[in-house]
Design a protein around this ligand. Structure first.
Ligand code: NAD
Length: 471
C-alpha cells in the first residue's frame, strides 16, 4: 500500500493543507494499492502564489538557459524510465506497447520544445513596430488520467520554453505516477516555484485555478463537459484557454484500400490505449461495395487482439482505468444493442479467461447509423461502430456529421485521393494509412473537440502575448 501524502509547491515536497483522501487502484486486479491525500483551495492558492513569485525572474531567463533546463528535465525523466514504466503498469494498466511509447514520448517532449525554442524568434518587425512575444503569466495545466506522464511533460515543456511558470493539477487517479514523475522533475533543479504540482479534485483545486485572477491561462485536457465549464468560468477573468477535449473520430476505409494492411491499422487506431484515447478512430466508415469482406476482416482482426494486463507482452488491450469507466463502457455496449445495432465481435462482460480486473471485451457494432448514440458519443473504451457509405462525398459528410473534430483516419491506396478526402474533413489532424504521430505538428480539435493547438511553435505561441512598440 502506498500513501501519497505530499504535493509539490515552490520547489519542495510538502504536506497538503487539505485532509481528504482518495483511494488508488490496480485496474488489472481491482485491488486497492494506495491512497492519495488531496490538496484543497488553500493549497491551490499557495501554489499559485509560488508560481506568481517565480514568474518575473523566470520570464526574463534567456533562450539558452531554458534550453538547458529542458534538456535536464528530459534526462531526469529518462533516468528513472524503468520505475516510471512500473508505476504506469500498476496504476493505469496500459498494454506494454503503449507504455513503451509513453515514457520516451514524455522525455522527448522536452527536447522537442528545446528544438522549437532554438529556432524561434521572439522579436520581429512589422512596419515601424517592433513586436515582441512576451511570456503571458502564470499558466494552470489540468490533465486527465489516460496519459498522465505525456500530458504533464508536454504542458511543462511548453511552459518552460515560453518562459511562463506553471501550476499543474493532474488527475487524482494517477497519483502514484505523478509522485514519481515529480521526483524526476524536481531532480532537474529548476528555480523554485517555476512548476508546482498539486493533486486535488477538479471541483476543488481545479475550480480554484479556473477562477483565480492571478492565473493568466488555463491549458486543459479532458472531457468536453468539463472543458465547457472551464471556458465559462475562465471568462470572468478573461483567461486565455487551450482546451483539448473529446473525440469520435472517423476511420475511413476507401474502396481501393489494401484491406490486408488497412483493417489491422484501422482497428489499432480504434482501440489504441485500450480505447481510452481522445484520438481513437472509433467510427469506421466502410464502402458498401466491400462491406462483407471488411466485416470479416474487422472481426478476425479485433478477435486476434489479446486482452490482458501490462505484464503480458502479448496483450494489446488493457483494463479500463476504474470501475466507473468499466461500467460506462458496459452501459454503452447495452445501449448499442438497445438502439438496434448488431454485435459483430465482443459484447458485454469480461473477455473469456479473465475473472477479475476492469477488462472489457473489444466490441464492434454493425447495422449502425450515424444518428445512434453509440455513433455520436465518446465511449472511451474499445468499442467501435461500422457505418457503410456509397461515395467519397457521402463518407466525408458522415465523417463531419459529429460535434467533435479532433482526429480522422483515411486508409486507401491512391494517396492523392486520400489527401483530397483529408482536405474535406473537419478535424485537427488526419492520419493517412497509419501515419505515426508528428510531435511538432499542431495538435488540437475543430468544433467541440477544443480550442487552440498544442505542440511545436503553435503550442509555444499559445503561451505568449505579442506586444507591438511603435516609435
Ligand atoms: P475529466 O474532464 O473528467 O477530467 C480532466 C481533469 O479535469 C482532471 O484533472 C479533473 O480532476 C479536472 N476537473 C474535473 N472537473 C473540473 C472542474 N470543475 N474544474 C476544473 N478541473 C476539473 O476527464 P477524464 O475522465 O480525466 O479524461 C477523459 C477525457 O479526456 C475524455 O473525454 C477524453 O477524450 C479527454 N481527453 C482529451 C485529450 C485531447 O488531447 N483532446 C487527450 C486525452 C483525453
Amino acid at each position: 500500500m502506498r500513501a501519497i501524502d505530499q504535493i509539490y509547491i515552490d520547489g519542495d515536497f510538502v504536506t497538503p493543507h487539505g485532509e481528504e483522501t482518495s483511494d488508488l487502484f490496480d485496474p488489472s486486479t481491482e485491488e486497492r494499492i494506495g491512497t492519495v491525500r488531496l490538496g484543497d483551495r488553500v493549497d491551490g492558492q499557495a501554489a499559485i502564489a509560488a508560481a506568481a513569485r517565480a514568474f518575473p525572474a523566470f520570464s526574463r531567463t534567456s533562450k539558452q538557459e531554458r534550453i538547458a533546463m529542458l534538456k535536464r528535465l528530459s534526462a531526469a525523466v529518462s533516468e528513472r524510465a524503468d520505475e516510471l514504466r512500473a508505476a504506469m503498469a500498476e496504476e493505469f494498466g496500459a498494454p506494454k506497447y503503449f507504455i513503451d511509447f509513453a515514457i520516451p514520448h514524455a522525455a522527448t517532449s522536452f527536447l522537442d520544445m528545446a528544438q522549437v525554442l532554438e529556432e524561434y524568434e521572439f522579436t520581429r518587425h512589422i512596419g515601424r513596430a517592433e513586436v515582441t512575444m512576451e511570456p503571458l503569466g502564470v499558466v494552470a495545466a489540468i490533465t486527465p488520467w489516460n496519459s498522465n506522464y505525456g500530458f504533464i511533460c508536454s504542458k511543462l515543456a511548453t511552459a518552460i520554453a515560453a518562459g511562463v511558470t506553471i501550476f499543474i493539477k493532474p488527475s487524482e487517479m494517477s497519483a502514484i505516477q505523478t509522485h514519481l514523475l515529480t521526483e524526476c522533475l524536481h531532480a532537474a533543479g529548476l528555480p523554485k516555484g517555476v512548476f508546482n504540482i498539486v493533486n486535488g479534485r477538479g471541483d476543488v483545486v481545479g475550480a480554484e485555478l479556473v477562477s483565480h485572477p492571478d492565473i493568466a491561462k488555463v491549458s486543459f485536457t479532458g472531457s468536453t463537459a468539463v472543458g465547457k465549464r472551464i471556458l465559462r468560468e475562465s471568462s470572468e477573468t478573461v483567461k486565455r484557454v487551450t482546451l483539448e477535449l473529446g473525440g469520435k473520430s472517423p476511420n475511413i476505409i476507401l474502396d481501393d484500400a489494401d484491406l490486408e494492411k488497412a483493417i489491422p491499422a484501422a482497428v489499432i487506431a480504434g482501440v489504441m490505449n485500450s480505447g481510452q484515447s481522445c484520438v481513437a478512430g472509433t467510427r469506421i466508415l466502410a464502402p458498401e461495395s466491400r462491406l462483407p469482406e471488411i466485416l470479416d476482416r474487422l472481426k478476425s482482426s479485433i478477435e486476434e487482439m489479446k486482452v490482458g494486463a501490462s505484464n503480458d507482452p502479448a496483450a494489446w488491450i488493457g483494463p479500463m482505468v476504474s470501475q466507473k469507466q468499466y461500467d460506462r463502457v458496459q452501459s454503452y455496449i447495452r445501449l448499442g444493442m438497445d438502439e438496434g445495432a448488431r454485435i459483430l465481435a465482443g459484447g458485454e462482460g469480461r473477455p473469456e479467461g479473465l475473472s477479475r480486473g476492469w477488462f472489457a471485451r473489444p466490441t464492434i457494432f454493425t447495422g449502425v447509423t450515424n444518428e445512434m448514440r453509440v455513433a455520436r458519443e465518446e465511449i472511451f473504451g474499445p468499442v467501435l461502430v461500422v457505418i457503410p457509405y456509397r461515395t467519397d462525398e457521402e463518407a466525408i459528410r458522415i465523417a463531419n456529421d459529429t460535434s467533435y473534430g479532433l482526429h480522422a483516419y483515411v486508409h486507401g491506396t491512391d494517396v492523392d485521393r486520400a489527401k483530397r478526402i483529408a482536405k474535406g474533413l473537419e478535424a485537427g489532424r488526419v492520419a493517412i494509412n497509419g501515419a505515426p504521430h508528428e510531435p511538432l505538428a499542431p495538435f488540437g480539435g475543430f468544433k467541440q473537440s477544443g480550442i487552440g493547438r498544442e505542440f511545436g511553435v503553435y503550442g509555444l505561441e499559445a503561451h505568449l502575448e505579442p506586444r507591438a512598440v511603435m516609435v
